[in-house]
Design a protein around this ligand. Structure first.
Ligand SMILES: [Mn+2]
Length: 324
């Protein structure tokens, strides 16, 4: 038996679906949404398979450890993230970045590997990089050509990303896995017409809008505090910054299923983001991010939130006041 383990976003789902179109249906696994770790369910799936594919899943260390623990017979690791390459005799490592080539998505990597071309190739990439895909050298043209062949428009693909991503945003892990199976057989119209996804995405959209509309902007800094069980905080901050309403956004979600989230987004890279990540980690907060983004999550605790915000004030030098 072969299995696939994939990232929960539109790129991961599309990549798994492409794989199944080429290799046949197989058991599908995604890690618990938002947690980059393998649970016993995935471990036993991997253990009982003769070949496991890991796609769009930036967890090379964890896959290596599965092999070291003797839980893995053979694996393909297919990705496009910046990472330490895996070297192990049971793992075939495939990431174009290791030869210096930047790919917009794992869906493009998987498509190339299996000589596949469909709307799924583009869906994954639009999920990861948005419409910027069409400005990318080589991939922009390639994407346009695929859409033309398939008779599909960009707007439709953007909508499909929203629908597919509504599964992980509502933390619906099994919905994510089912989505990969669904896409392995569905045409784009089937995706766009799927009522459960349309309803889910509508709820998510309203949730995001509520939060965005409650933001207070002061001197270019947007501050927003909301309560939501959904993983929308990055989209809320992105919307506030990318729309030009603010150059910085500090967002707090106090309703994240017993946890708090604190998120900071800037409109450009800034080395203070790294500094904030380090100081949040010193507070025992699970934090990560990129040059322009800091995301964090911790047990619901007002005192810890206040200490975290103190670090934001100290490092960035702007006032953030918590509204009740
Ligand atoms: Mn990806």
């Amino acid at each position: 038996m072969e299995i696939v383990v994939h990232h929960w976003d539109a790129d991961g789902v599309s990549s798994a679906a492409i794989l199944m179109r080429e290799r046949g249906r197989m058991p599908v696994f995604t890690p618990p949404v938002g947690e980059f770790k393998f649970d016993p369910r995935i471990e036993s799936g991997v253990y009982s398979s003769k070949l496991a594919y890991f796609v769009d899943l930036n967890m090379p260390g964890d896959v290596f450890r599965l092999a070291e623990r003797g839980l893995l017979r053979k694996a393909y690791f297919i990705d496009h993230h910046i990472q330490e390459p895996i070297s192990h005799d049971r793992i075939i490592y495939h990431n174009p970045l290791s030869r210096g080539e930047v790919y917009p998505s794992a869906s493009f990597v998987v498509s190339e590997l299996f000589n596949h071309s469909s709307y799924l190739t583009v869906l994954g990439a639009v999920g990861d990089v948005g419409e910027r895909l069409f400005e990318m050298e080589r991939f922009g043209e390639l994407a346009e050509k695929i859409l033309e062949e398939e008779g599909v428009g960009v707007e439709e693909v953007l909508e499909a990303v929203r629908l597919v991503d509504s599964n992980y945003i509502t933390l619906d892990r099994y919905g994510v896995e089912e989505a990969a199976l669904f896409l392995s057989e569905a045409e784009l119209d089937d995706v766009l017409e799927r009522v459960e996804w349309i309803e889910k995405a509508k709820e998510v959209k309203e949730d995001i809008e509520r939060a965005v509309n409650s933001a207070r902007v002061n001197g270019g800094v947007a501050f927003v505090s909301f309560y939501s069980p959904n993983a929308i905080i990055s989209k809320v901050a992105r919307e506030l910054v990318w729309s030009g309403k603010a150059s910085v956004c500090v967002a707090v979600n106090r309703g994240f299923n017993g946890k708090y989230q604190l998120y900071v987004r800037l409109n450009r890279g800034d080395k203070r983001c790294r500094e904030l990540i380090e100081s949040l980690r010193k507070l025992g907060i699970n934090a990560g991010g990129k040059e322009e983004v800091v995301g964090s999550v911790f047990e619901a605790d007002e005192e810890r939130l206040e200490r975290a915000l103190e670090e934001v004030r100290r490092i960035f030098g702007f006032e953030v006041e918590l509204a009740e």
